[in-house]
Design a protein around this ligand. Structure first.
Ligand code: DOR
Ligand code: ZN
Length: 366
């Protein structure tokens, strides 16, 4: 196959860690990793240290991103027990609102139903709402969003019962969209081959039947997101390994390998890594921005070679086909296949102009 030219990819689910946990990753290394993976826009999660739950924290993280980001970015706000009313005014400056209904890294888990309902009511209907919601919590957030007359995007769907519930909700016309991560489509708990600490991730790796169900319901999956969640090797090998996998630099190659195997089409990939996330999250166009890909190039990911500070990958040594050879961001070379050329500070905030000037946000069914 000849070299491919694709639009800059969008990852709506990335953990950057800057400020309090920069030893894991910061805006410089996260966005270098993104560009090396063909991703020109990342939306960053709020379970940082400190968490992004108010205007002051949002401003601090925006300043860090403005100084260090090499690709474009947006920042999520985190739903807390008592910030539902205050967050609404910040919506134009945020990528979206993130609800943590299940346990994961950080302290943002929200247990009370009345808090969930309050956030669905206060957060503007035209602004993206993203939920980590597994099992029963998935049913709860779909209903709460529907009753509030708003859309909801479900993060990292991993199980058969969940993807089937999302299909059923979509068929009823509920405004629900979802994303799936590479690790939930290419790894199972039983066969990941990962040592115990390294296998920790939320949602957990699932069974082969769940992986099969995700592939069988591909038409229900709106986005491929990485949930890039870097932790150091020492942390993963320690007594209390934090959950999460780095993913920015391996995602596209995994999808392209699946294209080679006839499991996906290139259009499937472009829809889920560019068109759909752009529409769902109301992202501005990036003019003169594209990625060049050698779809045949065979390579094996090596943790030590990553731009991510994590320096490990759950896909270590896996034979892959397809690699980014160049990235052009706003007409300037940003990655040449080996070196990241975009400088820290080259990235722009996708919400630097207000929501009103962005493309129409998703509010209806898909
Ligand atoms: O495994 C995970 N780690 N899942 C998440 O949703 C959060 C993430 C993290 O922040 O480390
Ligand atoms: Zn996450």
């Amino acid at each position: 196959m000849p070299t491919l030219r694709l639009p800059g990819l969008i990852d709506p689910h990335v953990h950057v860690r800057d400020l309090g946990q920069a030893h894991k990753e910061d805006w410089d290394t996260a966005t270098a990793a993104a560009l090396a993976g063909g991703i020109t826009t990342i939306l960053a999660m709020p379970n940082t240290q400190p968490p992004i739950v108010d205007a002051a924290a949002l401003a601090r993280y925006q300043a860090a991103a403005q100084a260090r980001a090499r690709c474009d970015y947006g920042l999520y706000l985190g739903a807390g027990p008592d910030n539902a009313a205050a967050l609404a005014a910040l919506a134009p400056r945020a990528a979206g609102l993130k609800l943590y209904l299940d346990a994961t890294f950080g302290d943002l888990k929200m247990d009370q139903l009345d808090r969930l309902v309050a956030h669905c009511a206060h957060w503007p209907a035209a602004a993206p709402l993203v939920a980590h919601a597994e099992g029963h919590n998935l049913a709860a957030v779909i209903l709460a969003a529907h009753l509030a007359g708003r859309s909801v995007h479900i993060a990292h769907v991993s199980r058969r019962d969940e993807i089937e519930l999302i299909r059923a909700a979509k068929m009823k016309g509920f405004a629900v969209t979802c994303e799936v991560c590479p690790h939930h489509l290419f790894l199972t708990l039983a066969q990941s081959g990962l040592p115990p600490g390294y296998s920790e991730v939320r949602p957990r790796l699932a069974a082969q039947a769940d992986v099969d169900a995700l592939w069988a319901n591909l038409d229900v999956i709106d986005c491929f997101a990485t949930d890039h969640a870097p932790h150091t090797r020492a942390e993963k090998e320690g007594a209390h390994p934090p959950p999460g996998y780095p993913g920015l630099e391996t995602a596209l190659a995994l999808w392209l390998t699946a294209v080679h195997q006839g499991r996906l089409t290139l259009d499937d990939v472009v829809a889920r890594m560019h068109l759909n996330p752009r529409r769902i999250f109301g992202l501005p166009e990036q003019p003169d921005t594209w990625i060049d890909v050698d779809p045949d190039l065979a390579w094996t990911p090596r943790g030590a070679a990553l731009f991510s500070r994590a320096a490990w990958t759950p896909f270590e040594g896996r034979p892959l086909r397809g690699r980014v050879t160049a990235v052009t961001l706003r007409g300037r070379p940003a990655f040449d296949g080996e070196r990241v050329l975009a400088a820290p500070g080259a990235g722009r905030n996708v919400r630097s102009s207000s929501l009103e000037s962005s493309p129409q946000l998703e509010t209806g069914d898909l």
